[in-house]
Write a protein that binds this ligand. Structure first.
Ligand code: FES
Ligand SMILES: [Fe+2]
Length: 442
């Protein structure tokens, strides 16, 4: 269903350079990846039209009729819960004359009522009936024929819901591959094992630049000590934060395969996380709750990771788990991108003790989130300025290539196929472009 007419117009081979020893992995990409509308159109088709794309978290739609609206590439969709309690993803396109039936970002209602001619659809997408029904007495026309469309595949991993616009392809579990274990670490950190994502609110920003700049940046350990120097200097005692991103850092970057990648901060941060958890009543209660649910060994591993504080994770193509939030990169045009940040909070198990613990941990998480990633935080404005400058510099046509060669010859292979490099190496970006090339080349 996804014609490759647009993709065919793009000669992908001319857009990347790969080293002879690893011809599937670009280490340079052409400026047209960020500036050419034909490349952008081809990406919407070959990548966002095919692969698994994150559409929301189950906690955003706790009850029948609850919904959120989002995009898969440029395709508007609605994540909703049906009257039968099932998760559904609907194409946000009226089956009458194409208006979007949902404009709100999130909410709860019994019907999606198209504003144009009043057709109403149930949360499962079925049409309640025609407005002014007497004009539809043609026996060949039935309301049953006008159910809202759905992406052919929807699946969820530990509460995170993904959809694919392609009828076939790898399963979600196959797609996530080595990235799944890191999502497990994030979820397991919740004292109850349950997360609340998105429902408490979100923050958004946009920038005049290509979407891939943000996907690259979320797992870029090279820039932090330059762009975020002032913030990192004051962020933690003993310059721990600066040490993490220094050329001498013991931390790693990991190319997880399938385009996914990780910055692993644990070599510097795991001991402090564990000490911090032992130092306060709240931290001790947290660890005790995890030990009860997961056993001592796993609880320790989870505490020493402390969710996204222990790593940055990119799930190809446009989903990031960073610190205390989920970040979704939404391509708008070749030089325009919107980004949405959803804090990841914990849900208690309903007992006073557990709910209070979740409340205390959530307050800490939200303040931490705002400090670096909020609208006035210490991190986001600097990154946005760099994204803008990259796009500005790309106007120079005389220099064609962007370089992602850093650390290529010093990365090592793990038994699970992942490639490990230094924190400041560009293995994560090469991982991204290896998958990008494979998808764009069909
Ligand atoms: S376009 Fe939706 S009712 Fe006409
Ligand atoms: Fe940054």
């Amino acid at each position: 269903m996804h014609g490759s007419t647009e993709a065919a117009a793009v000669d992908v081979g001319s857009l990347v350079l790969c080293p002879e020893v690893d011809p599937a992995t670009p280490h340079r990409v052409h400026r047209r990846l960020y500036t050419d509308p034909a490349v952008f159109a081809a990406e919407m088709d070959a990548i966002f039209g095919r692969t698994w794309v994150y559409v929301g978290h189950e906690s955003e739609i706790p009850e029948p009729g609850a919904f959120t609206s989002t995009l898969i590439g440029r395709t508007p969709v609605i994540l909703t819960r049906t009257d039968a309690g099932e998760i559904a993803v609907l194409l946000n396109r009226c089956t009458h004359r194409a208006a979007t039936v949902c404009q709100e970002r999130r909410g709860q209602n019994r019907f999606f009522r198209c504003p144009y001619h009043g057709w109403s659809f149930r949360p499962d997408g079925t049409l309640v009936g025609f407005t002014y029904a007497d004009g539809y007495d043609d026996p060949d026309v039935s309301a049953d024929d006008f159910t809202l469309g759905r992406p052919p595949r929807v699946a969820s991993y530990r509460g995170f819901v993904f959809a694919s616009l392609a009828a076939d392809g790898p399963s979600l579990t196959e797609h996530l591959g080595n990235a799944a274990a890191y999502i497990d670490l994030l979820v397991d950190l919740s004292p109850s094992g349950r997360l609340v994502v998105g429902a408490p609110g979100e923050s958004r920003y946009s920038y005049p630049g290509n979407w891939k700049i943000q996907s690259e940046n979320g797992v870029d350990g090279y820039h932090a000590n330059f762009v975020h120097l002032a913030f990192l200097e004051g962020a933690a005692p003993d310059n721990k934060a600066l040490r993490m991103f220094a050329g001498t850092s013991p931390c790693r970057s990991v190319d997880l395969g399938h385009g996914h990648a990780l910055l692993d901060q644990r070599p510097v941060m795991a001991d402090p996380f564990e000490r911090r958890a032992a130092a306060t009543p709240q931290g001790r209660a947290h660890r005790a709750a995890l030990e009860e649910r997961l056993g001592a060994e796993r609880a320790r591993e989870v505490i020493r990771t402390s969710g996204g504080l222990g790593f940055n994770l990119l799930v190809y193509p446009n989903l990031l788990f960073i610190q205390y939030h989920v970040r979704v990169v939404q391509p708008v045009a070749v030089d325009r991108t919107e980004v949405v940040l959803f804090p990841i909070l914990f849900e208690g198990d309903g007992t006073l003790e557990s709910d209070e613990l979740a409340l205390g941990l959530n307050a800490e998480r939200l303040r931490g989130h705002e400090g670096f990633y909020g609208p006035a935080g210490g991190g986001v404005p600097g990154d946005l300025e760099m994204f803008r400058r990259v796009q500005e510099g790309l106007a120079v046509e005389q220099v064609e290539w962007l370089s992602f060669e850093r650390g290529r010859t010093r990365e090592s292979r793990e038994p699970d196929g992942s490639r490990v490099g230094h924190m400041t190496d560009e293995g994560p970006q090469r991982s991204f472009y290896r998958r990008w090339l494979a998808e764009m080349a069909g």
